[in-house]
Design a protein around this ligand. Sequence first.
Ligand SMILES: C[S@@+](CC[C@H](N)C(=O)[O-])C[C@H]1O[C@@H](n2cnc3c(N)ncnc32)[C@H](O)[C@@H]1O
Length: 201
Amino acid sequence: MIKKTVLSIASLLFLLTLVSDAQYRNASRDAIEQPEKVMEAVGVKPGMLIGEIGAGHGYFTFWLAKGVGETGKVYANDIDKSALAAIERRRASESVPNIETVLGTVEDPRLPAGALDMVFVVNAFHDLERPVELLANLLPALKPGATVVIMDRDHERTPDSEGHFLTRAEVEEIVGRSVFEMVRVETFLRYHNLYILTARK
Ligand SMILES: C[S@@+](CC[C@H](N)C(=O)[O-])C[C@H]1O[C@@H](n2cnc3c(N)ncnc32)[C@H](O)[C@@H]1O
């Protein structure tokens, strides 16, 4: 009897985990964030090695894994172990071979040195406690000429956000204090801007 109860509680907890993971595969987010159009706009190509900072439960990570294909790879970073565990569960359940999770710290993403063609920060830049320090520690992971794409909601185009998101001017000011410079800003998404950076010469 006790064994049966423990087993049914374990099954229930497992089901709840699956339901919670599923909310991160979200058709309404696809319509708003248009991952395929974003990847095309910034030049994601098969074979690339891409880092993602603040990957969370992997909403964008799995799109990137599709974009870089079997010959490429995505390093999904976060400071939250449980978020990375959710990515690992989905990676296993969907048999996606080209994602590796990387636990970082608030200031250091701990991505592999000299490896990356591109880095994404999707819906996470506004949450970074020390963005300037994190960008400095990201630099050694980039190949020469690599780009960093910050995709974040524009406070001025996001209703009722009560100061949670950054304005374009605020992102530009933070980047201006960092080792990167802004090369262009794409504004085709309804709420988000795409800030494209490269290392300062
Ligand atoms: C709003 S969530 C976005 C998650 C995901 N990118 C998405 O679009 O669904 C922000 C994520 O940034 C992570 N984060 C916050 N500070 C971080 C840091 N310094 N380095 C890496 N990840 C960080 C949080 O743990 C969280 O998973």
